[in-house]
Design a protein around this ligand. Structure first.
Ligand code: FE2
Ligand code: FE2
Length: 335
């Protein structure tokens, strides 16, 4: 987007709160026109304070989900059944750390501070996806997470590649490529178990039974109860509603479950000829709200582990900062 771009002298990278109040209406209409024309908004462009705040909230929650999401699967790295599986799982968990980094960086382009975002995560003032508050009870859970949780993430994130905010959209392009590897490794793992011994097949089925409904909840509350959706659609941060994406995910998963030789735990799931989509059963939203409020099986464990990792990593951050200073001083000296 170029139309609402201010020269650097008058447009600090991160205008202070309230800058919008004094902005000329011309800036606002240029922003609206750019969004309407599907142009990208870039960090130095003028943007409404509420647009910036919405993006920071969404990107932060997304970043937090990536790094908290490392925990349930990391539990299985030491117990992976073969070297091949261990290598795959380690690569996947490392990818999630990378996704967190891209996303925290994208939030920083909006003026957010990484320390502040992490502080909000650790103190419970910002959320991460509730799906990661469920435990990984068996090895098959690694497969179910890859197939269903990463699969739901892809369904959510592919449209974000066209998000109006440039840095977020570009981060999503790379994230989605890696997510599709995650989804495939989960599918392949479940397929191997499903075709294995009766006990392995039962383990795969049990994992799918436990992860199916929480995966559907990943798309967020029904459209009628989704408080931020409408404005996000106007701003083209969001391109499809929660219910649309959830339906798309169900329609993708049904034939995949059949190929896997596994059933989805929903007796009401059936093809609706008229709609050209699957009907599916009612989601237990009371469970969703309860987990979101902190009462899931692992909320406490996840956040405690995250805080500990942050504290134990303090020396790494200090060393990196000291190295950066040394490096820039050396550069200046030779310049
Ligand atoms: Fe990810
Ligand atoms: Fe992933």
């Amino acid at each position: 987007m170029a139309t609402a771009h201010q020269p650097p002298s008058t447009a600090p990278h991160h205008p202070a709160a309230g800058a919008a109040d004094t902005a000329a209406p011309a800036l606002e209409s240029a922003f609206d026109a750019a969004v309407a024309a599907d142009e990208r908004i870039e960090p130095r462009d003028w943007m409404p304070d509420a647009y910036r705040a919405t993006l920071v909230r969404q990107i932060a929650q997304h970043a937090h989900s990536e790094i908290i999401g490392m925990q349930p699967e990391a539990n299985w790295i030491t117990r992976a059944p073969s070297l091949r599986r261990k290598a795959i799982l380690m690569a996947k968990v490392q990818d999630e750390a990378g996704h967190g980094l891209y996303l925290y960086s994208a939030a920083e382009t909006l003026g957010a501070s990484r320390d502040d975002l992490l502080d909000k995560l650790h103190s419970g003032r910002q959320k991460y996806s509730s799906i990661f508050n469920y435990p990984t009870l068996t090895w098959a859970d690694v497969g179910a997470i890859g197939w269903l949780v990463d699969g739901a993430a892809i369904t959510n994130q592919v449209p974000l590649c066209r998000c109006s905010y440039g840095p977020y959209a570009r981060a999503m392009v790379r994230v989605c490529k890696e997510e599709s590897f995650h989804q495939r490794q989960g599918y392949e793992l479940l397929l191997a178990l499903s075709r294995g011994t009766p006990a392995q097949h039962a383990m795969a089925q049990d994992a799918v039974d436990r992860w199916w409904w929480p995966s559907l909840m990943m798309f967020g509350p029904p459209d009628a109860e989704s408080s931020h959706s409408e404005q996000s659609m106007i701003w083209k941060i969001k391109r499809h509603s929660n219910d649309e994406l959830r339906q798309r995910f169900v329609d993708i998963c049904v034939p995949q479950a059949e190929s896997l030789g596994l059933t989805l735990p929903d007796p009401d799931l059936k093809w609706n000829e008229e709609r050209g989509q699957h009907d599916f059963g009612a989601i237990d939203w009371s469970e969703f709200w309860s987990v979101l409020k902190g009462n899931g099986p692992c909320n406490e464990q996840r956040i405690t582990q995250r805080r500990r990792a942050h504290e134990e990593g303090a020396w790494v951050r200090e060393a990196a900062a000291a190295h950066a200073v040394k490096h820039s001083e050396r550069k200046e000296a030779t310049a």
